[in-house]
Design a protein around this ligand. Structure first.
Ligand code: NAD
Ligand code: TDX
Length: 339
């Protein structure tokens, strides 16, 4: 098959490229990415050497470029990872989130319809369901939980999901949607909780925990997300939504303390800072549907995944040090300088 992976130079997209190249030897992969602040071609250095992979730079909202690509390549599958993905940035400036996450998805779907791509997969997020209370551990998100968004980011992802579902119903568009919980692992941009805390701890800088650090996230090792997306893309039922998560709920403060312990750094580095506006309290995914229908189960336990992740950041300092010393330093100062 010829597979288009958008957002291939970001965290999960790049991990997905490596998953496909390592495990799906009959597939040819084209990666498409606008190389925004979050995209990094260095991440694809090894992939680019493969004769089964080609990188194309472009923006998913650029209709002309997207259509030309689809006309030339005649893809069998499109997987849309491309997005603006950071909640804090969406609170500062929602516009680019709406453009990329909603209009970009529409542009890709229109091209897929025009060139009759047989299969389209939309990578969505558990954040479309809003949040759950801390005192009801029995509650989890299922695929029928109502959409109830909190941030401009989650609203933009939910809007894209609704559009995908509308295209399925109206045009018989052959799409699936997956909604995953928080990912962690190699190549995650250092603005996100786990790599940010690793980088700061290694530099003996304060670790900025929002509010009291009691918010709960349901963490999944990135490769398990890739395996799940691959299963949905090949075997999922057209028109269906699949939740992806590994029953691994943890409080932010406990993750931060664990990182400090693993790195041999003191808890005195923890600094409680002003909370995120509209901060979702708890996410928890019920993955029964994907487990029962597609036989997916997570394969990396958090205890192992977090060690692998910390080891990766230790072994790949140049990758993230180049990021945090560039444009990102300004972002960090703006977000955390007087928080
Ligand atoms: P990321 O920010 O690391 O990467 C996003 C990539 O998309 C970057 O390479 C960026 O250059 C590219 N991109 C952005 N705008 C683009 C545009 N207009 N045209 C083409 N490319 C563009 O994000 P991520 O964490 O890898 O997330 C990937 C997808 O998975 C997103 O759709 C996100 O909503 C979803 N998701 C992420 C998580 C998570 O924990 N990170 C969890 C669930 C779902
Ligand atoms: O400096 C920080 N301090 C802090 O306490 C940062 C960056 C985060 N946090 C908290 C906020 C959240 O409760 O940690 C938690 C995780 O934060 P993020 O890494 O920003 O992730 P989150 O907001 O949960 O969203 C992530 O998961 C769902 C991804 O960024 C989304 O793209 C995905 O859809």
């Amino acid at each position: 098959m010829k597979i288009l992976v958008t957002g291939c130079a970001g965290f999960i997209g790049a991990n997905h490229i490596y998953y496909l190249l390592d495990n799906c030897k009959d597939d040819e992969v084209v990666g498409f990415d606008a190389l925004t602040y979050a995209g990094n071609l260095e991440t694809l250095e090894t992939a680019i050497k493969s004769p089964r992979f080609r990188f194309v730079k472009g923006d998913i909202t650029d209709r002309e470029t997207v259509e030309k690509l689809f006309e030339k390549e005649r893809f069998d599958v499109v997987i849309n990872f491309a997005a603006e993905s950071h909640v804090d940035r969406s609170i500062e400036d929602p516009s680019v989130f709406l453009r990329t996450n909603i209009l970009g998805t529409q542009t890709l779907m229109d091209a897929a319809r025009k060139y009759e791509v047989p299969r389209f997969h939309q990578v969505s997020t558990d954040e479309v369901y809003g949040d759950l209370p801390l005192d009801r551990p029995d509650l989890m998100f299922t695929e029928t939980t109502p959409i109830h968004t909190s941030s401009p980011y989650s609203a933009s992802k939910a809007s894209a999901d609704l559009l995908v579902q509308a295209y399925c119903r109206t045009y018989g568009f052959p799409a699936t949607i997956s909604r995953c919980s928080n990912n962690y692992g190699p190549y995650q941009f250092p603005e996100k909780l786990i790599p940010l805390m690793i980088a700061n701890a290694l530099a003996d800088k304060p670790l900025p925990v929002y509010g009291e650090g009691l918010n709960v996230r349901d963490w999944l090792y990135v490769e398990d997300h890739c395996i799940a997306v691959d299963k949905v893309m090949r075997h999922g039922k057209i028109g269906e939504v699949y939740n992806i998560g590994g029953h691994n709920e943890m409080r932010n403060i406990d993750i931060v303390k664990l990182i400090l312990e693993k790195l041999g750094k003191p808890e005195s580095l923890i600094t409680f800072v002003t909370d995120r506006k509209g901060h979702d309290m708890r996410y928890a995914i019920d993955p029964t549907k994907i487990s029962e229908e597609l036989g997916w189960l997570p394969s990396t336990a958090f205890a192992d995944g977090i060690v692998k992740t910390i080891d990766w950041y230790l072994a790949n300092k140049p990758w993230w040090e180049r990021i945090i010393s560039g444009e990102y330093a300004k972002y960090y100062e703006q977000m955390y300088g007087s928080r």
